[in-house]
Design a protein around this ligand. Structure first.
Ligand SMILES: *Cc1c(COP(=O)(O)O)cnc(C)c1O
Length: 414
């Protein structure tokens, strides 16, 4: 019989835009015994997770709970539950994940209207507001932080424009939640999807979401009770039934409410992980956490620029948790990434679509976002680029980053 070796994954320095390194406290939480899904001890943990999510999403929304599945499961759940076939959905695209919103909306039967911006830049919010007034969509779906291009979209006035025109504003904040401020209530976002394996530093496998009464009203109009759980005389829904059972928010919210109406079996170990990850975020403090992300980003950028590398994208809309570097002419980007991984145990990312082979992306997210990792990646990148014969200013990067870290707190930009 074939024998398989013991599992022994290497200890990596993960500087990608996800998945990132996980705090040992989260890994430990994942090793605890299983509880039944209706055990009061477990439902209490579910409730605490909802409470902590409200703080992290900066909202008073009742509905704040994880969807079981990776981040795109949260996106699918929100879109399939809110889009009725034939609804008009406006999607402003400025990178790969805007395209994902289009793809999912189309599968939900939406009439999709697209606004497009060149990759590497974002929209002037006025442009989006004008399109909302012109198109009068039922739903506006957009990305907060585009990990594919390292750009972050400002929301000024977009939420209020959606209220005026009675559109629902749905936002993919998968890459920003827990690393950059996402102000669900203040920006009047109707539904927000977060991710675990990025700035929350929990393994992938859950997608925390939140939504308000405006979204809930639409969900309730379409709500059904699963066939085998229905009691006699249950009324038919007013709207079109949601095409997915697994992602039906109407059924999911019954499971996450005191009714505890059975749906799927909650992913016990992932819930432990998310709860511990959120506890770590709140113990650090949201503002302190955002400042930490900016600080290490600034050190990384100082080092990269001192090396003579040029960054990709409009600096005015740069995401603090992803830094994109133009691959110097004539350099094989994949060979550099492979050497970083094989010789230094460091992983950085490439990009997709039109940016494939054009840029490297370095994440400074969550538990991976620290001084040790920033210095390691700068030192290793310098060595690997010299090895590849690239003309860079040797010996400058680490000194620039160290100088940045040596500055007194009051001199720091954040
Ligand atoms: C990573 C990411 C996703 C997809 O997440 P999965 O967990 O891989 O499903 C969606 N949107 C954005 C902005 C992301 O960065």
């Amino acid at each position: 019989m074939k024998s398989y070796k013991d599992l022994s994954p290497s200890l990596r320095t993960i500087m990608t835009p996800g998945p990132v390194e996980v705090d040992p406290r989260v890994l430990r939480a994942m090793s605890y015994p299983i509880l039944g899904q209706f055990d009061p001890e477990f439902t209490a943990l579910m409730n605490e997770t909802m409470e902590m999510l409200r703080d992290v999403f900066q909202t008073k929304n009742q509905w704040c709970y994880p969807i079981d599945g990776t981040s795109r499961s949260g996106i699918e759940a929100v879109l399939v539950s809110t889009i009725e076939p034939g609804d008009k959905v406006l999607v402003p695209i400025y990178g790969r994940f805007g395209n994902l919103l289009v793809e999912i909306s189309e599968r939900c039967g939406a009439e999709v209207v697209i606004l497009e911006r060149d990759w590497g830049s974002v929209f002037d919010p006025e442009e989006i507001i004008e399109a909302i007034h012109r198109e009068k969509p039922q739903i506006v779906a957009m990305v907060h932080g585009e990990t594919s291009t390292g750009c972050i979209q400002p929301f000024d006035g977009i939420g209020p424009a959606c209220r005026e025109t009675d559109a629902l504003l749905i936002v993919d904040a998968v890459a920003t939640i827990g690393g950059v401020s996402v102000q669900t209530d203040a920006w009047q976002l109707d539904a927000v999807i977060g991710g675990t394996q990025k700035c929350l530093s929990v393994p992938s496998g859950m997608a925390p979401i939140t939504y308000n009464e405006r979204v809930e009203a639409k969900v309730l109009r379409r709500k059904t009770i699963e066939r085998g759980l229905r009691e006699k005389g249950t009324a038919a829904p007013l709207g079109k039934t949601v095409a997915s059972n697994y992602f039906d928010l109407g059924q999911l919210q019954d499971y996450w409410s005191p009714k505890r109406l059975n749906h799927h079996t909650e992913a016990t170990t992932m819930l432990y992980a998310l709860r511990e990850g959120l506890r770590i975020v709140l113990q650090e403090g949201l503002e302190e956490r955002f400042a930490r992300h900016k600080r290490h980003e600034a050190a990384l950028v100082a080092g990269l620029c001192a090396m003579g590398l040029s960054l990709y994208g409009d600096p005015d809309c740069k995401m603090p948790v992803v830094t994109c570097i133009r691959i110097p002419n004539g350099v094989d980007g994949e060979s550099v990434r492979a050497m970083l991984l094989n010789s230094f145990g460091i992983e950085i990312a490439s990009s997709f679509g039109p940016l494939k082979g054009q840029i490297w992306r370095i994440g400074t997210m969550g538990f991976s976002c620290n001084q040790k990792n920033v210095l390691h990646v700068l030192g290793a990148l310098e060595a690997v680029l010299l090895w590849h014969g690239v003309d860079i200013s040797a010996g400058k990067a680490l000194q620039a980053a160290l100088a940045f870290y040596a500055r007194k707190e009051e001199d720091l930009p954040c």
